[in-house]
Design a protein around this ligand. Sequence first.
Ligand SMILES: [Zn+2]
Length: 133
Amino acid sequence: MATPYQDRKLPDPMLNVGDERYFEAAGQGKLLLKKCNDCKEVHHFPRAICPFCFSTKLDWVEAKGTGTIYSYSVTRRAGPIPYCIAYVTLDEGISVLTNIVDCDLDTVKIGQKVKLTFKKTENGTSMPMFVLA
Ligand SMILES: [Zn+2]
């Protein structure tokens, strides 16, 4: 059996104040993370306050765009088109909730190496997703 990846309509993200830079970079093919200048921890999705130490001294850093599948699920009942939702642990050490795209979804496995790609939402916003490396 195979479950070929098919593009589906992606909802537009809800923009919070401060997210502009993140989506601007995504449009240029870059995944940005936030790094705390006080505790040095990296996090995603970007927040205005460090989720580890509540510092507001945060800088944007660009992710390398490579990682490993930590967990995944192929969703077959949520809509007409199956898709693969996954937690990918980036090489920076943090996990992001994302989609695995452009492959036979039946070949996705925990521990596989993946790399960054982007898919556009309905209004043209680029969303970071991953392909098998
Ligand atoms: Zn911190």
